[in-house]
Design a binder for this molecule. Structure first.
Ligand SMILES: [Fe+2]
Length: 385
């Protein structure tokens, strides 16, 4: 996130001697992105972050593709994904392409006996149900319903859940997750017309240095494989850090909707972007106020992008019989629109309490075996009068 942040203790000058009370040196680490060309942080560890003791056998978590090519309006009943005790096992990729993987997860237990690092993708974890704490070396972020946790690649983390009832909607982005460029000024600050600002960004707090040596299992994801590493030092041994590269969170409930006299196009809902896709938030808002306005969306042909909606809560005016956790995928190439009857029914309505996350990828999504198992096969006929 392009806001400078610092926690813990750091030396006055970078790349200079920074010593422990016993006179030995702390270990400096530069965490940089896009080589040395983009956001970075400088981290000071109690021990070098390089002490590898053992390497386990890697295993695949690559999505198994069931439908590579398709041209069918598709719906998945997301809450039919079965809960699993283990966090990593609970993550079920459902819609994937070369730019992003979308997964659903219902983990029951906190991560206690291992740490996880995604070395190739930024992760956006939308908390649909559950509360808890994201724990990292950079500090902690408490999370609750509606939070987007944004965890940049390379961040070692654990999720601690308060209860076993958790539902997560996860995006792995193979490019950095950013705020929309049109909302940032030349200095990176979010501008007045942005639907959220820096004040809404939750940054890590409560840095707690865990100065421990021993055996620490870190599961590292790279190229679809999980590599089990055993390190000799606790990964949360940060004495301090500063910079622009760190995990952060933003609540969908803090997204200020942009409304107008007539129906506003989807980009007003845009919240984040990666290469070749955008993430949007549909939040409770007043409807259009032109005397002849039609609040329901128009039919549209997203000629060159797919469109994924993840229904979170509220009453979805453009669709009937939508359930929480449902996903619709409207592929580029064919038009889609409001369900029969919902256009007329929307006229005169002044407010919607819908809450949803939308992802528009510009390259087609493939469906996985996990997706096929939770598919509502009749969805493509839902416009038949
Ligand atoms: Fe749409």
């Amino acid at each position: 996130m392009p806001i400078y942040h610092t926690l813990g203790t750091i030396p006055h000058k970078r790349h200079t001697q920074f010593r422990k009370p016993d006179g030995t040196l702390y270990a400096e680490e530069l965490v940089s992105t896009e080589g040395f060309s983009s956001l970075y942080s400088l981290v000071y560890h109690a021990y070098p972050p390089t002490i590898v003791k053992e390497l386990g056998e890697p295993y695949s978590v690559e999505p198994k593709i069931a439908r590579e090519k398709h041209l069918k309006h598709t719906s998945l009943i997301g809450f039919n994904i079965k809960p699993e005790d283990d966090y990593l096992k609970s993550r079920k990729p459902v819609l994937v392409n070369a730019d992003l993987h979308i997964s659903l997860a219902a983990p029951r237990k906190s991560m206690t006996d291992y740490f996880y690092k995604n070395s190739q993708a930024d992760e956006v974890i939308f908390i649909h149900e559950g509360t808890g704490t994201l724990k990292t070396g950079f500090g902690k972020i408490k999370f609750e319903y509606g939070d987007y946790l944004v965890i940049p690649r390379g961040t070692i983390y654990q999720l601690e859940f308060d209860t076993p009832d958790n539902r997560l909607f996860i995006v792995e982005s193979f490019s950095p997750i950013r705020s929309p460029k049109r909302y940032r000024n030349a200095y990176g600050q979010l501008m007045e017309h942005s639907p959220y600002c820096e004040r809404d960004i939750k940054r890590p707090t409560d840095l707690e240095t865990i100065d421990q040596t021993g055996d620490f299992k870190i599961l590292i994801k790279k190229q679809g494989l999980i590599y089990p590493y055993t390190y000799g030092t606790h990964p949360f041994d940060f004495i301090g850090w500063d910079g622009f590269h760190y995990p952060w969170a933003f609540s969908i409930h803090d997204f200020e909707p942009i409304t107008g006299r007539v129906h506003q196009p989807p980009p007003v809902h845009q919240t984040f972007e990666g290469n070749n896709f955008v993430i949007c938030s549909f939040v409770p808002r007043k409807f259009d106020y032109h005397p002849l306005s039609i609040p329901a969306p128009y039919n549209h042909s997203n000629v060159d992008s797919d469109e994924v909606l993840y229904y979170v809560d509220g009453d979805f005016m453009s669709r009937k019989s939508v359930v929480k956790g449902q996903i619709t995928l409207h592929p580029g190439g064919i038009p889609h629109g409001p369900a029969p009857g919902s256009v007329e029914k929307s006229i005169g309505k002044e407010f919607t309490d819908e809450l949803a996350v939308m992802i528009d990828p510009f390259r087609p999504l493939m469906l996985t075996e996990d997706a096929i198992q939770i598919e509502d096969e009749s969805y493509y006929k839902s416009w038949v009068i």
